[in-house]
Write a protein that binds this ligand. Structure first.
Ligand code: SF4
Length: 170
C-alpha cells in the first residue's frame, strides 16, 4: 500500500485539476516500479515533469477558448465535419476570430432537454472557456426540427458567465 507524504500531497495540489488524476496515477506507477512505499514531493515533481508537463497550459497570451455543443439526436448522422471546417476556415459564425483562438471541446447535449450541457460547461470553465457555439443543427429547421430547448440551454450556459453564439457553419 502506497503512502503519500503530506509534502507530496501538497505538491500534487499544485498540478492543474484537469490533469491531476493523470499525474497521481503516473507518480504511483513510478514509485511502485522503484520498489518504494512512500511517495515524496520530489516524486511528484519528477512525475509531473516527465509525464504531465506536455498537457499543462504553458504561460503565454490568453487564447479565446471555444466549445461547440451539438444535438445528440443529429450527432447519430453527423460527424461534425462542417462545424470544424467552419472554424478552421474562420467562416460563418467563426469569421470574427483570429489565430489566437482554439476549440477546447465539442460535446453533444446528452439528449433532450440537454441535461449534460450545464455540467460540461462548468468543467470547461475551469479550463478558461470563453464562448460556447450552439451548433447549427440545434438552431436550424431542416431534416430535423429546431431544438425546442435551445433557449433554456442558452440561458443555462450564460448563467455560468460564458458567452453563447447561436450557430456554427450556417
Ligand atoms: S435538447 Fe435539443 S439539441 Fe439536445 S437532443 Fe434535444 S433537440 Fe437535440
Amino acid at each position: 500500500m502506497l503512502k503519500w507524504s503530506d509534502e507530496a500531497t501538497a505538491e500534487l495540489k499544485k498540478v492543474p485539476s484537469f490533469v491531476r488524476g493523470m499525474a497521481k496515477r503516473a507518480v504511483e506507477d513510478q514509485v511502485t516500479r522503484s520498489g518504494r512505499s512512500e511517495i515524496t514531493a520530489q516524486d511528484v515533481r519528477d512525475g509531473r515533469k516527465r509525464h504531465i508537463s506536455f498537457a499543462e497550459d504553458k504561460e503565454g497570451p490568453k487564447k479565446t477558448k471555444i466549445e461547440i455543443v451539438r444535438c445528440e439526436t443529429v450527432s447519430e448522422v453527423c460527424p461534425g465535419v462542417a462545424c470544424l471546417k467552419a472554424f478552421n476556415e474562420r467562416h460563418s459564425h467563426f469569421e470574427s476570430y483570429g489565430d489566437d483562438t482554439e476549440i477546447i471541446g465539442i460535446f453533444t447535449c446528452g439528449g433532450c432537454p440537454g441535461r449534460r450541457v450545464s455540467r460540461m460547461v462548468e468543467k470547461l470553465v475551469d479550463h478558461g472557456l470563453d464562448v460556447v457555439h450552439l451548433s447549427s443543427c440545434i438552431m436550424l429547421e431542416g431534416d430535423y426540427p429546431k431544438c425546442p430547448h435551445r433557449k433554456q440551454i442558452k440561458k443555462n450556459i450564460e448563467s455560468k458567465g460564458v458567452r453563447v453564439i447561436e450557430g456554427t457553419h450556417h
